[in-house]
Design a binder for this molecule. Structure first.
Ligand code: NAP
Length: 481
């Protein structure tokens, strides 16, 4: 078969549930299933499970030291694997550290190494020492604890199956086929993962279309820390599919901004959305930038051409456009005559404040850490306020550019200070309805949620990435979802 095979890993405790899982996996588009026999209450059920299987089956009895539940002896392990092979298992998993010769019948072997705790320093040596027989597949599955682990894994001579567990490994789970990988593992449903960071089959098939990824597929991603809240993969993968562009968009957690360029090169990225907390720090990593990026000191879009990184900022025009439109629903005066309070002093606050100042709006910055508000205000040439006084003189426009609200509990603005004539923008978009927006709306203010900002800046980003905007029907579908 061409492309990456998707193997759904099943961890049910009894034969009927495993068989039901196999059928469901087949319908969901799996190429094969892994039966995790260490989860079976009665391992003798393996023969019945393999009888009449709807898909090829990999049988695995994972040892406790490699992250599974099997605590038995080597004799028990190999007697079970021989039984599974004679019952028709297409593949059997043999842990390299326990491997010995056994009667494998017609089964192929997946010779595996797992480290659920981390990425061992001597992983290259381990890979070199794993000696597969002809036809065997080598599987290496380790936990990527940070961006540097992911980069080390990308630099390895590529085994047939390379699994990077944990959120830092997600790009590899999706993209490994692009680097020649034979197989990726999926859970049957969200919440039924057999290893940390495993994605569900529906996401691999529908959102990421991993089987169609090939050496020509262009890769884009959102880099920041955290990135789990980002809806950019959902949006851009829909756009690529809709436009018939051979590209995918993934989440790439970046815990150390100094690894940015290495990450871009190692993953062969064509473009990056930069997110918190790196929007300012990564300006220094660019080769070229739009003059606006230099002026405001924040980048959220990087386009890679011939190995050179070119930075843009779409947050600033996206936010100004959204605020201008909301203001025009209330009054024709425009926003140049107004005063705006920008809460926060991070990358988004910087971009929004800069954009509003360019419009002629008077801007005041308030931030939890006073020094950062003072520094940003000095750099942009505007006023600042201590955080405690942010509600004192509430201006017409109020923007939340802090992370407050991402937990869905706190608002950065005092509820009693909202007034009906205010124009309010929240940059937070997961969740969509934050306490900040709910309270502003309850007071009658004109509100713009983070999704509206997200879509505006993503549309401008799409122009940079692909040279064309997001089709309006996709924008509308996303907005109303
Ligand atoms: P950032 O550079 O990390 O800045 C975070 C800001 O939040 C800082 O000003 C920080 O204050 C403040 N903050 C964090 N926790 C706080 C708390 N508990 N109380 C008060 N202030 C707190 O982040 P960013 O890149 O500017 O992003 C800011 C927000 O915008 C995030 O929620 C992000 O998800 C969202 N965002 C939305 C879009 C969109 O399209 N809708 C695009 C990008 C980002 P200190 O300086 O005191 O730490």
């Amino acid at each position: 078969m061409d492309g990456t095979m998707i193997c759904v890993s099943l961890c049910a405790g009894n034969g009927p549930d495993v068989r039901a899982g196999m059928e469901e996996a087949r319908k969901a588009g799996a190429d094969l299933v892994e039966v995790r026999a260490d989860f079976l209450h009665d391992r003798n059920e393996i023969r019945g499970i393999l009888e009449g299987k709807p898909l090829p089956v990999l049988v695995t009895l994972r040892s406790a030291r490699e992250g599974g539940r099997f605590e038995g002896t080597d004799d028990e392990l190999f007697s079970f694997l021989e039984n599974a092979a004679s019952a028709g298992a297409d593949l059997v998993d043999v842990e390299w550290r326990r491997s010995r010769s056994f009667s494998r019948g017609n089964s192929r072997v997946v010779l595996s190494f797992h480290d659920p705790a981390g990425t061992p320093e001597d992983l290259s040596d381990i890979c070199a020492r794993m000696q597969p027989l002809p036809g065997d597949l080598v599987k290496v599955a380790v936990r990527a604890r940070g961006t540097s682990d992911l980069l080390r894994l990308l630099a390895l001579p590529k085994p047939a199956i390379l699994v990077a567990m944990g959120e830092f490994g997600e790009p590899l789970r999706i993209l490994y086929g692009r680097y020649g990988g034979a197989m990726t593992f999926a859970s049957l449903r969200e919440g039924e993962e057999t290893a940390p960071g495993q994605l569900s089959i529906s996401r691999l098939v529908e959102e990421y279309r991993v089987r169609e990824i090939d050496a020509e597929t262009r890769i884009y991603g959102v880099m920041g820390n955290p990135v789990s809240h980002s809806r950019s993969p959902e949006l851009f993968n829909r756009v690529f599919r809709h436009l018939g562009v051979n590209a995918r968009y993934v989440r790439i957690p970046l815990d150390d901004p100094s690894l940015f360029r290495k990450g871009v090169n190692a993953l062969d990225l064509s473009g990056v959305s930069v997110t918190l907390p790196h929007k300012s720090a990564l300006v220094a990593a660019l080769d070229e930038f739009d003059p606006a990026v230099a002026e405001m000191g924040a980048v959220n879009t990087v386009v890679v051409r011939d190995g050179r990184l070119r930075g843009f900022n779409t947050d600033a025009p996206g936010a100004v456009e959204a605020i201008r439109e909301a203001a025009s629903r209330r009054s024709p005066r425009g926003i140049s005559v107004e005063k705006a309070l920008v809460l926060g002093a991070g990358g988004v606050a910087r971009a929004v404040a800069w954009g509003l100042l360019k419009e002629g709006t008077r801007v005041v910055i308030a931030n939890r850490t006073l020094d950062r508000a003072e520094k940003l205000a000095a750099e942009l040439g505007c006023d600042f306020l201590p955080w405690e006084r942010r509600g004192d003189d509430a201006p017409k426009i109020v923007v939340n550019a802090t992370r407050m609200g991402m937990e869905g509990t706190e608002s950065p603005f005092p509820a009693e200070r909202w007034r009906e004539e205010m124009i309010v923008l929240d940059a937070v978009y997961t969740p969509r309805w934050t306490p900040f927006l709910r309270e502003a709306k309850a007071a009658g203010a004109e509100t713009v949620d983070g999704v509206a900002l997200f879509l505006r800046q993503a549309n401008l980003q799409c122009l940079r990435f692909l040279g064309r905007p997001i089709p309006p029907e996709l924008l509308q579908g996303f907005e109303s979802a």
